[in-house]
Design a protein around this ligand. Sequence first.
Ligand SMILES: Cc1ncc(COP(=O)(O)O)c(C=O)c1O
Length: 352
Amino acid sequence: MMSTLAFDIKETTDSKLSQVDFDNIEFGKVYSDHMFVAEYEDGEWKNLRIEPFGDLSVSPANATLHYAQSIFEGLKAYKNDAGDIFVFRPEANAKRLIESAERMCIPPIPEDLFMSALTELLKLDSAWIPTKPDTSLYIRPLIFANDPYVGVRPSNTYKFLLFTGPVGAYYSEEVNVKIETHYTRAVRGGVGSAKTAGNYAASLYPALQAQKEGYHQLIWTDGQNHEMIEEAGTMNLLFYINDTLITAPTSDSILHGITRDSVLTLAKDWGIKVEERQLSVKELIDSIEKGEVQEVFGAGTAATISKIRMIGYEGKQYELPKEKPLCDRLFDTLDKIKTGQVEDKFGWVCKI
Ligand SMILES: Cc1ncc(COP(=O)(O)O)c(C=O)c1O
């Protein structure tokens, strides 16, 4: 990957690297030494720079704090034993950030700026990329409205940040999920396909109720009738039923997951029948009862392939088969592609 844009780099004099316990990395608690920053003012992105990771100062009237005009991304970098650095499908994240920006009236970050920021930051903080199995460097780009103005309108000023942190597994075990038939994550015509802050805020209360009942996550259903399966809180859902891999079609109420797309591409390449179509809760439950459901799993950057052990629906719990060979094959293949151990025939991996 080539860096095309020049920007200032101010290196930290107080690296935190030696404080990190790379044998016990939890998800999302530790951040690398540097971050990329750019500001949008007078109609352009300017003041491009890398500086030490640190707190920001914002006005109490900051538009994002009040009205959530902000978007983000999530992707991962990996390092192999030879020290080569790989990022999985960063162009897809850059494009999705542009799509989210359009929906949220945010000026987009050009793809070349996104890639240059990523490249330079990873080069500088390459020692932060963990190498043990199931670990990676999580990369979090975000753009937020920065006007100190409490009126409701698109902001005139924005900040783009890109920071990273070493992470371990998101879920350490198979997950139990509850089909949600009361609360709604996203509706047709809403912002569900944008990776924007409010979607996640809205999901907290229903997810907490489900956690109190012993579930890890929710399966969201359509906002109108709660009959059709949409996705989970931080991952898309795939159902392997009668040798067919089924997932909800992308729409404006579902995040267009990059892992979802990668899984569908691999499955088609392996000759597995794939259907992107509506799956009703009724069809799913009937299929489980008939013993036709082979595997159910989530697909997302944070969780990669997340096996689902049990599905709860209207007070009943439906256990799924223990053996999940398709999940294992997908996880293993994606893992090897991401770390450059097998041929990257789809051109997904970006070597830094
Ligand atoms: C709501 C939601 N759905 C799906 C996904 C999976 O998307 P991806 O595979 O691009 O990480 C995520 C995570 O980014 C998410 O937040």
